[in-house]
Design a protein around this ligand. Structure first.
Ligand code: ATP
Ligand code: MG
Length: 226
C-alpha cells in the first residue's frame, strides 16, 4: 500500500483572468521506506504539492490518500489527528512559535499527536539529544539563526515518530555544512525506521539522498532521469 497517493489531483488558485493552475492532474505515489525528491523552480508549486499531500490544501479535483484513507471523506478533527500522528512537516518558513523554546515547540507537536505531558517532555529531550542539538532545545525560537531554526523544525517533525516526513526546501539558504547536517538528520531518521520522505528543493545535492527524483513544472510532475 502506498503511504501517500495523489490521483488526478489538480489545484487552482484564483478565478477568471487571475486563474492559476498550480497542480495539473498530478498522479503520485510514495511507498514505505522511500525518499522522493521534488525539484522545481520558484513558484512551480512545490509548497502547494506538500500542503496538498498533508491535507492542508484541499485539491480542486482529484483524490488524496494518506495511509490508505481518502482525505476528502474525513471530518476535520479526524484529519487533524491523522496528520499530527503520521506526518512530520518541515515547513519552508518553519512555523515555530517564536516565544517558545525549541523543546517547547516540539512538545506542543507531541501533545497534538496525543502524547501526555510527561512522556512528551521526555521524548522531546531525547530527540534534541539524538540529533546532537540539546542546546537548541533550551533556546527561544525568536533568538535562533535560520540554520538553528531549520534543525529545530526537523526535531519537532521527528518527535511523534511519524511515518511520513514532508520537508519543504530543508536546505534552502543554509551554508554548505549546515545543509549537510540537515540532510544527515533526515537521512538517519528515514532509514532508521523504514519511513517515507518527500523533500522539495532547488538543491540538486539532495539527489544523493533520494531514491527517486521528480520535477514539477507547469503543474506536471515527471521523473528525472538518474
Ligand atoms: N493560497 C494561495 N492563494 C493564491 N495563490 C497561491 C496560494 N498558494 C500558492 N499560490 C500560487 O501558486 C503558485 C505556486 O506557489 P508555491 O508556493 O506552491 O510554489 P513553490 O514552488 O513552493 O515556490 P518557492 O520555491 O518560491 O517556495 C504561485 O504562483 C503562488 O503565488
Ligand atoms: Mg515553496
Amino acid at each position: 500500500m502506498a503511504v501517500v497517493e495523489l490521483a488526478g489531483v489538480s489545484r487552482q488558485f484564483g478565478e477568471g483572468e487571475g486563474r492559476r493552475l498550480v497542480l495539473d492532474r498530478v498522479d503520485f505515489q510514495a511507498e514505505a521506506g522511500e525518499i522522493v525528491l521534488v525539484l522545481g523552480p520558484s513558484g512551480s508549486g512545490k509548497t502547494t504539492l506538500l500542503t496538498t499531500l498533508a491535507g492542508l490544501t484541499p485539491p480542486s479535483s482529484g483524490q488524496v490518500r494518506l495511509f490508505g484513507r481518502d482525505l476528502g471523506g474525513l471530518h476535520p478533527d479526524e484529519l487533524q489527528t491523522l496528520r499530527a500522528r503520521n506526518i512530520g512537516f518541515i515547513f519552508q518558513n518553519f512555523l515555530l512559535i517564536e516565544s517558545l523554546t525549541g523543546r517547547e515547540n516540539a512538545e506542543l507537536a507531541l501533545r497534538f499527536a496525543g502524547w501526555k505531558a510527561g512522556p512528551a517532555a521526555q521524548r522531546s529531550r531525547e530527540v534534541f539529544l539524538s540529533l546532537g542539538i540539546p542546546h537548541l532545545g533550551e533556546c527561544r525560537a525568536a533568538t535562533m539563526s535560520h540554520g538553528e531554526k531549520q534543525r529545530v523544525a526537523a526535531a519537532r517533525a521527528f518527535g511523534p515518530s511519524p511515518g511520513l516526513i514532508l520537508a519543504d526546501e530543508p536546505t534552502a539558504s543554509l551554508e554548505f555544512h549546515q545543509g549537510q547536517e540537515v540532510i544527515r538528520m533526515l537521512h538517519e531518521y528515514i532509514r532508521e525506521g523504514g519511513r517515507t520522505a518527500i523533500v522539495t528543493s532547488h538543491d540538486t545535492r539532495l539527489a544523493e539522498l533520494a531514491d527517486r527524483v521528480l520535477s514539477l513544472q507547469e503543474g506536471r510532475l515527471s521523473p528525472v532521469a538518474p
